[in-house]
Design a protein around this ligand. Structure first.
Ligand SMILES: Nc1ncnc2c1ncn2[C@@H]1O[C@H](COP(=O)(O)OP(=O)(O)OP(=O)(O)O)[C@@H](O)[C@H]1O
Ligand SMILES: [Mg+2]
Length: 305
């Protein structure tokens, strides 16, 4: 449904996007995961037609994205990274102003606004000025604003920044519901937990390049190991580093040792060795690999410092 073909975008000397290509299917929940400055917002801004690509093309349902291409633009809703709301007026008035850009009949718009406010659980607060809203409430209103014209595709650019965990979960539930009702969602984040929870496919983007993409399962398989073992650092385990070295490569963290097991080790032997050396099971935790580990493996850096 969305085709991004060999797209490059430069800002004077900075190459924000470097010849990237992605295909996104209808009804997909697609994640763009990458650190600060990776190029995520640039791609979102190209998809809404705010910027022009220097080369390559972006198509939505086979039609080229462009500033004046109204037919394409109305298919897209944007939840921008920086909150785009007026502080000094109410939630309802904000949506009325934003809705008026879309040529929707007044009565219909009023009904749509009420429905959207309800869905983001702000209907009761509709008459309150936005400046009194919490970060999470502003984020929810920001999402409602992107949905007024019932777009087929919703572009969410880090929609949970500055949001408390409860509001964050409410936003996740809401986006999942929208997706299950048929909306295609593109979601940028540098929180790997968000991409893991929400997205059916993920592209990892770094320095303007897609370094890999696929389903979570497929991506995790790119790691040369299937799990890591974490061992609490304490007066017992600190004397046993030599022992751990027999079973894998050790990262000496602040609170724990992280062991990436060698391919040929037997877990039964590992646990027996731990037991024989007085290392209690509750010091040991086996972890499934994460996207964070994959990012580290592919780039040598962490997603967030
Ligand atoms: N309007 C602009 N003018 C000049 N440079 C820009 C502009 N927009 C983005 N850039 C540069 O392009 C690169 C990619 O920026 P972008 O905002 O797309 O990253 P991002 O992945 O969204 O990062 P973040 O997670 O911090 O939001 C950065 O080096 C940034 O400084
Ligand atoms: Mg950004």
């Amino acid at each position: 449904m969305i085709s991004i073909k060999n797209v490059t975008k430069k800002f004077s000397k900075v190459t924000a996007l470097d010849n990237i290509s992605i295909e996104i299917n209808e009804k997909e929940f697609f994640g763009l995961l990458g650190p600060n400055g990776a190029g995520k917002s640039t791609l979102i801004n190209l998809l809404v037609g705010y910027f022009h690509a220097d080369s390559g093309e972006l198509l939505i349902s086979g039609k080229k994205v462009g500033k004046n291409n109204y037919e394409v633009r109305k298919k897209i809703g944007l939840v921008p990274q920086s909150i785009a709301l007026y502080d000094d007026i109410s939630a309802q008035e904000n949506l009325e102003i934003i809705g008026s850009f879309y040529n929707i009949r007044k009565n219909l718009l009023r009904a749509i606004i009420a429905e959207n406010l309800n869905r983001v659980e702000l209907y009761e607060r509709r008459k309150d000025k936005v400046k009194g809203f919490s970060g999470g409430m502003k984020r929810r209103l920001n999402i409602a604003a992107g949905l007024l014209h019932d777009p087929a595709v919703l572009l969410c650019d880090e929609p949970t920044v500055g949001v408390d965990p409860q509001s964050r979960n409410a936003i996740f539930d809401y986006l999942e519901k929208l997706n299950s009702e048929g909306k295609t969602i593109i979601y940028t984040t540098h929180y790997m937990e968000e991409a893991e929870r929400l997205c059916s496919r993920i592209a990892i983007i770094d320095h303007g390049k897609i370094i890999t993409s696929g389903s979570l399962d497929k991506l995790i398989q790119l790691l040369p190991y299937k799990q890591t073992i974490q061992i609490n650092k304490n007066h017992v385990t600190e004397t046993k580093k030599e022992l751990f070295n027999k079973f894998g490569a050790i990262i000496d963290g602040q609170e724990m040792y992280e062991l990436t097991p060698f391919d040929n080790i037997k877990f039964s032997e590992f646990f027996k060795a731990m037991e024989d050396n007085g290392i209690a099971y509750n010091y040991i935790d086996i972890q499934k690999p994460t996207l964070e580990a994959l990012f580290l493996h592919l780039t040598g850096r962490r997603l967030r410092d």
